[in-house]
Design a protein around this ligand. Structure first.
Ligand SMILES: *Cc1c(COP(=O)(O)O)cnc(C)c1O
Length: 398
């Protein structure tokens, strides 16, 4: 039977799994890495600096500081901001755990907040509600690559005297009006994980305009030593001092070479993602069983993820059933994210339970991340739409 679900013994829409994300590595990326491998510096060398300069220029900030991962970079921002024990940082619950973990690494506490029902980004009214005498900062996530309401958030933060850290892991290349994501807070963090818009294998970058924050960020990734090995070599000196606890969060030159090569392609990657997202919206909009992602006027999303929400009222099954049926059709759908307050460690630490953040939980029950990556073809998009059509037709409430 043509329309029988793969889950029920029918033929799957695709023969092989279409993943939700996949990196693009081309010959010149490989050559750049090989070149770095044959050079004098495998880590903390000239390519790291080159990547930092190019990244700062792309985002439009004075400084960029490279880290070994986006998570390490987030840790660095909390250190640089001098946030520590007894301090609170407001974090949306609808994000990856690293957005909150970074505060705990430094002995501070994340204070979770609910999100806007349309964008699923931090709700400015929630931020205002969660600020106390102990609040030192806010981590703002640009979920899926959709810019958060930074104008309101910045105004609230300024009034409260707290620091704004953008978690821009989804948002390389995203814009809000004439402002770039990554240039709207005191510091911003990007990730170079292979699932993100551009990759270094692993890696993270902090952007900032503040020279003192940039200096603290550079020290923190290198044990808080006041000089780097390269500087000591150049000045034929051995001396350094360490005044605070730091880590080894250094990015290698091998990774930086890849990151640099990828950064040159960012605009092409973004254009491709935009085109694929438009194809999804064109195919799916108007289907009563789902809601396509909204693009607010004046924003340019970076399309890290294409997340649809199921209209559960129109279906006889829940999201997990739709998820399972699509996976059986070899469509690599995913779920971003399980709200942080529902994860065991965070629920225990912060004393949260289901029901605490209704907007995030309602979204969580409905979301499905559809495959989206640079090398996807139009035929791949069509296969996802066909699988959705098959599965949603089967489960539609008539
Ligand atoms: C990917 C991601 C991170 C962490 O980045 P890594 O480079 O994987 O450590 C942080 N926050 C968000 C929202 C992310 O999606």
């Amino acid at each position: 039977m043509r329309h029988q679900l793969a889950l029920e013994g029918g033929r799957p829409i695709r023969d092989q799994l279409l993943p939700y994300a996949r990196h693009t590595i081309e010959d010149d990326d490989v050559e750049a890495v090989v070149h770095a491998l044959r050079s004098d510096w495998l880590t903390t060398g000239p390519r790291v600096e080159e990547l930092e300069h190019a990244f700062a220029e792309r985002i439009g900030t004075r400084f960029a500081v490279a880290y070994s991962s986006g998570t390490a970079a987030l840790h660095g921002t909390v250190f640089a901001a001098r946030i520590g024990p007894g301090d609170e940082v407001v974090v949306p619950t609808f994000t990856f755990a690293a957005s909150a973990a970074c505060t705990i690494y430094q002995g501070a506490l994340p204070v979770l907040a609910d999100v806007d029902p349309i964008t699923l980004n931090l709700d400015p009214a929630e931020l205002e509600r969660r600020i106390t005498r102990r609040t030192k900062g806010v981590v703002v996530v640009h979920y899926a690559g959709t810019p958060a309401d930074m104008n309101q958030i910045r105004a609230i933060a300024q009034k409260a005297g707290i620091i704004v850290i953008e978690d821009a892991a989804h948002a390389a290349g995203a814009r809000l009006g004439d402002q770039a994501c990554g240039a709207m807070g005191d510091m911003a963090v990007f990730s170079l994980h292979p699932a993100k818009q551009l990759t270094a294998g692993e890696g993270g970058i902090v952007t900032t305009d503040d020279p003192e924050l940039a200096t603290r960020l550079r020290r923190f990734r290198n044990h808080c030593m006041h000089t780097t090995g390269r500087e000591r070599e150049a000045s034929a000196a051995y001396a350094y001092t360490i005044d605070e606890l730091g880590y080894n969060y250094r990015l290698t030159d091998i990774q930086a070479a890849l990151g640099l090569s990828q950064l040159r392609k960012l605009d092409r990657f973004l254009a491709r993602r935009r085109k694929l997202a438009a194809a999804y919206s064109e195919l799916l909009v108007g289907r009563p069983e789902l809601v396509c992602p909204a693009v607010l006027a004046g924003t340019e999303p970076a399309w890290h993820l294409y997340v649809v929400r199921l209209a559960l009222e129109q279906l006889v099954v829940d999201r997990d059933a739709v998820f399972g049926a699509l996976r059986a059709e070899n469509i690599g759908v995913n779920v971003h994210y399980i709200p942080i307050h529902l994860l065991g460690y965070y629920a225990r630490l912060l004393g949260h339970r289901p029901g605490d953040f209704p907007v995030a939980e309602n979204a969580f029950r409905r979301i499905l991340t559809l495959p989206l990556f640079e090398r996807m073809t139009r035929a791949d998009v069509d296969s996802v739409a066909a699988a959705l059509d098959k599965v949603l037709s089967r489960y539609a409430r008539h």
